[in-house]
Write a protein that binds this ligand. Structure first.
Ligand code: ZN
Length: 107
């Protein structure tokens, strides 16, 4: 008996089990076509998650920019800090998504 990765959810599963205990994918009956379809769907879902994270990061960045724009009129105000935090989270989130997107394409 050995451990394989479920084609659908990538969780470790025994190669003897017919059904993935994590997502219910029928491993035993999966044809090559099923496996390819599962891999394609998994890539699409991953891309959707990355896109969603990218939108959130951009919203964070824009909100941070606006907060900073208005917060700078009162230096040291909470709004100014919200601006810095928003810009930081948005910028780092954007970079993280870019790196993860490149890593996903290379696989
Ligand atoms: Zn699974």
């Amino acid at each position: 008996m050995s451990i394989i990765n479920c084609p659908e959810c990538r969780s470790p599963v025994s190669d003897k089990s017919k059904i993935c205990p994590h997502c219910g994918f029928a491993i035993g009956e999966a044809s090559e076509e099923d496996l390819q379809r599962a891999a394609r769907i998994r890539r699409l879902k991953q891309q959707q998650r990355l896109n969603m994270t990218l939108y959130l990061a951009m919203i964070c960045f824009i909100a941070g920019f606006l907060a900073l724009y208005y917060g700078r009129q009162n230096p040291g105000s909470p709004l100014e800090w919200v601006g810095y935090i928003g810009l930081t989270i948005g910028g780092l989130g954007y970079l993280a998504v870019r790196v993860l997107t490149l890593a996903a394409k290379r696989r």
